[in-house]
Ligand binder design. Sequence first.
Ligand code: ADP
Ligand code: MG
Ligand code: MG
Length: 885
Amino acid sequence: MRRYVYDFASGNKDMKDLLGGKGANLAEMTNLGLPVPPGFTITTEACRAYITSGSEPPELRDQLVTHLKALEERMGRRLGQPDDPLLLSVRSGAKFSMPGMMDTILNIGLNDASVTALAARAGERFAWDCYRRLIQMFGTTVLGVDGRLFEAALDEAKRGKGVAGDLDLDAGDLWALTTTFKGLIAEHAGRPMPQDPFEQLTLAVGAVFDSWTGERARIYRRQEHIPDDLGTAVNVMAMVFGNVGMDSGTGVAFTRDPGTGQAGVYGDYLPDAQGEDVVAGIRDTVPLQELENLDPRAYRELLRIMRVLEQHYRDLCDIEFTIERGKLWMLQTRVGKRTAAAAFRIATQLVDEGLINADEALRRVSGAQLMQLMFPRFDRTTAEPIARGVSASPGAAVGRAVFDSRTAVERARAGEKVILVRRETNPDDLAGMIAAEGVLTSHGGKTSHAAVVARGMGRACVCGASALEVDTDRKRFTTADGTVVHEGDLISIDGSGGQVHLGAVPVVPSPVVRYFDGEAAEPGDELVAAVARTMKHADAVRRLGVRANADTAQDAERARRFGAEGIGLCRTEHMFLGDRRRLIEDLILAETPEGRREALDALLPLQRQDFIEILRAMDGLPVTIRLLDPPLHEFLPDLTDLAVQVALDKERGEPDEDRARLLQAVRRLHEENPMLGLRGVRLGLVIPDLFAMQVRAIGEAVAARRAQGGDPRAQIMVPLVADAAELRVIVARARRILAEVAPETGARARCPIGTMIELPRAALTAGRIAEEADFFSFGTNDLTQTTWGLSRDDAESSFFAAYLDKGVFPVSPFESVDRDGVGRLIELAALEGRTARPGLELGVCGEHGGDPDSVRWFHTAGLDYVSCSPFRVPVARLEAGRAAV
Ligand code: ADP
Ligand code: MG
Ligand code: MG
């Protein structure tokens, strides 16, 4: 028989697949001897069975009854027992944390009878508060009644009494509310609030299963790339109460600051409160340190447990706890989400504390996090903020203020940058938070929904800017001094410092980029020190080389400072723009060999000088120069424009002969599908002089650098080869030219000549191509286009969104290399290429060379190096290191 239910004592932290993260960690804490209220976990497998068949698996009910019995025996009370009820919480908990995305129901077991018994035992106000919470949560999450109806009734009760806070409602008010709430359920759910405790329990379990497939959970999973078929576990546990008076309360804590990584005590505490009051940001919490004054014993116990957890998990933990009449209970822990800066700092701190080694520290950070640290910051020295709040999630964000999720999504879709401004956020704001550059709230602290979700997504967030009066109905907010900001006004938020500014604040490079650029770190900048240490270890362990894509000496210098070990792609077409366009035009239009010669002679010294400078910047390191790749028409005026001009000339009776000739040439070169047309190696075969000029320029540049005492390492790369024969012709000619250059300049210019592999046919015939090539460089941009048969420029604006939405691509194949298709071609070409020519050098020069996931895969595929834009070089170094440990 399948086992669908596990007591907390029979699980452990490694059973997340089956028990979900929350369940596995509750089990772990139980077995560590920490004070966890007893309970059990219904497995994700039960959820999957429920989702596929639409009803609970038949064995589940029996097992649920058995485990409930055991729990009742242990507690000495029965679920909902009329004279002394055992109450339960029913909590969702998937393998990956999805904060606030799924449902939890507290106080299961209360009904009209047991609530009076609870009142007699534990206090009138407390009992009715628990009951109204149960009816509210049950009504919304299980019975599907609109939550706003309950909130309106609660607000009404407070208004009727002329009070502001929930705590100002007394037992009588809460009793009246339960009646109102039950009325709302009867009216809107078409059935009364169930009074049978076991029915409450089973309905709640079903509702948690259902919440897995709910809209907001699905949006969240897509955003976070969490598979849809995992299902959630359900944790059923005895309730403990933080709402029995001022000697009780509930809180959230981190073992280190999840924002900066600083060691210390971080968290929020709310006296006399239950459950989600803290996270929801509806009441203002006090800093956790306050607990030391409120209840020193519980505080010390909490700190002790936090140390136990950190030592045990060897990582930052976040914690939910409740204090019931001075007794501390642990309700949840997990390895906590953190900002990019905190990730680097905590990893190195833990190495220093002897909890993890340097390899493990490398695994704990990611290229994506490093990228975040490289984003520009606000220039702090400029504007005065219009408000300050909690620095909840770092980053500088500039955008137009919007006040609801829908507008955020619409404006972002139209290409605008927006900042979502709310009093507080809830899971319904998720789509807007994804669409926005940043999130600003006037309520809630570091653990509010806005803060937790924004940190998880890497969005900038300032929360709890309490001086702001946010009026979402009128789509505006007002600052303390009366400034009114309307929808569409530009604002800037600094999630690292917590400031809110009017207008667009200028940005400056991040300290991490300044460090990579060679500036000394400011003393005491622990973040830069942590990044530096981590990078050093990554460089020490990585096998994969990292080069840069650079076309100018300036880019090459910067790339080198960023740690590039050469240039993997130097695009020569960029050298034919600007003033030089004219020369290329002359070349294309030349009608006689002499005319062409002249144009080429003019281009040669310019190209040579370009190469000399780049080779100087990368002295001693390989520089892979790609011969001209794009179709020639890219250097000529647009066909339609030109045709119109020529027609106008004619009409005016003043025909321009040059222009007419240009039009003819453009017509001649026009292709319906230029990207599949006369370009790359095909140009080299059809207009041999052009490649010849480029090869000569390279050879002469090498010779010149040698003469200057340099160590030039040029490599010549031929694009768009589909067949070995194409390459053979080009290589033979190039070798002849290089040999000519040698006696002319008195230096030997021996350069490796290789090819790009960017057509499926090249990959499939790589063995034969390797006989002609000294190296391969996978052009994964074109290889992806040609393998999928789609044009990136067109597809990304038309059907990509639908493909991503329907899950055809989990992620765009242009962002992360498509292992199943493109990846297999790469593996095949690598294998056959190296078989034909042992030691063949293999690199990647597509956009993927700087994508963290792809870099790790290229390591596994056994390539020698990746090449990416200079700015991505540190990211690739880090990921290459992570791949190697
Ligand atoms: P989420 O995953 O959204 O944080 P949880 O399942 O953790 O949801 O529960 C929501 C809130 O209810 C948390 O603040 C938690 O501490 C509280 N809670 C859950 N179970 C109990 C319990 N047995 N006793 C008291 N409070 C509980
Ligand atoms: Mg929780
Ligand atoms: Mg290409």
